[in-house]
Design a protein around this ligand. Structure first.
Ligand SMILES: Nc1nc2c(ncn2[C@@H]2O[C@H](COP(=O)(O)OP(=O)(O)OP(=O)(O)O)[C@@H](O)[C@H]2O)c(=O)[nH]1
Ligand SMILES: [Mg+2]
Length: 250
């Protein structure tokens, strides 16, 4: 999705990016480092989903806004990922280099994404980058060489992989930029300037079978955020709602 802000040459892109991977692999830490440049060793597992917005001044004429969807590791076993994934145009899948089991889960996350979200009428898979996180720690649990990782990415449809550390602030920005570059190059239909509707291209209402089956407020807010252009406002609404859920659960 793109908007033009006054100056005809200036473009703002808004991209919904998923951050998934097994429990405790560092998704929230990666996002916090990327968005606020902070890190804590204190572990507080994400409940359901959390949200963050990162604005990148890509070049003097382009602003890229990333709506980051931090999806709890335990959600792979739940039924909500289809709702969370809607309208995403890119994803990061994380694993923890000290726990081999989290790498084994990577292909499951990839399959989950590929089966639930695609781009454009050709239904292409969304670009996904693989993050080998906690590379500041020893890699006893994980012994793949760089060549093997390259091959793994090629065989499994990842656009690339990075060794990252949220603790040491290593490669997180680089990985995000790599993903954004890829999305920009794809020039997907969703990148239409706001307000321009091409005849016959009005988005069709979702089929009844596509609509969320439950009526929870969170799902409705998510649908609203996916279907409405004022995404920043809706992201804030989602955050407030999410804080209330967390508060009531404690
Ligand atoms: N050493 C080190 N620890 C990290 C790194 N990234 C995250 N951690 C730690 O790993 C633990 C889990 O991190 P989180 O970011 O909460 O993991 P998560 O993937 O969001 O976990 P869920 O929300 O449960 O799915 C925390 O104690 C973090 O401090 C890293 O790069 N290096
Ligand atoms: Mg988390």
């Amino acid at each position: 999705m793109a908007t033009t802000a006054g100056d005809d040459d200036y473009t703002e892109y808004l991209y919904k990016i998923l951050v998934v991977g097994d429990i405790g692999t560092g998704k929230t830490s990666i996002i916090k480092r990327f968005v606020h440049n902070i890190f804590s060793m204190h572990y507080k597992s994400t409940i359901g989903v959390d949200f963050a917005l990162k604005v990148i001044n890509w070049d003097p004429k382009t602003e890229v806004r990333l709506q980051l969807w931090d999806i709890a590791g335990q959600e792979r076993f739940g039924s909500m990922t289809r709702v969370y994934y809607k309208e995403a145009v890119g994803a990061m899948i994380t694993f923890d280099v000290t726990r081999a089991s989290t790498f084994e889960a990577v292909s499951k996350w990839k399959a989950d994404i590929d089966s639930k979200v695609t781009i454009g009428p050709e239904e292409k898979p969304i670009p996904v980058v693989l993050l080998a996180n906690k590379c500041d720690l020893g890699k006893e649990g994980f012994i793949k060489t760089a060549n093997e990782m390259d091959k793994y990415c090629k065989d499994n449809g990842f656009i690339g992989w990075f060794e990252t550390s949220a603790k040491e602030n290593l490669n997180i920005e680089k990985a995000a930029r790599f993903l954004v570059e890829h999305i920009l190059k794809m020039d997907i239909r969703r990148n239409q300037p706001k307000g321009i509707v091409h005849p016959g291209e009005e988005p069709a209402p979702p089929a009844a079978s596509e609509q969320p089956k439950t009526n929870s407020l969170l799902e409705n807010l998510i649908s609203l955020s996916n279907n409405n252009n004022s995404n920043t406002l809706n992201l804030n609404l989602l955050k407030i709602f999410k804080k209330n859920i967390d508060y009531n659960n404690i």
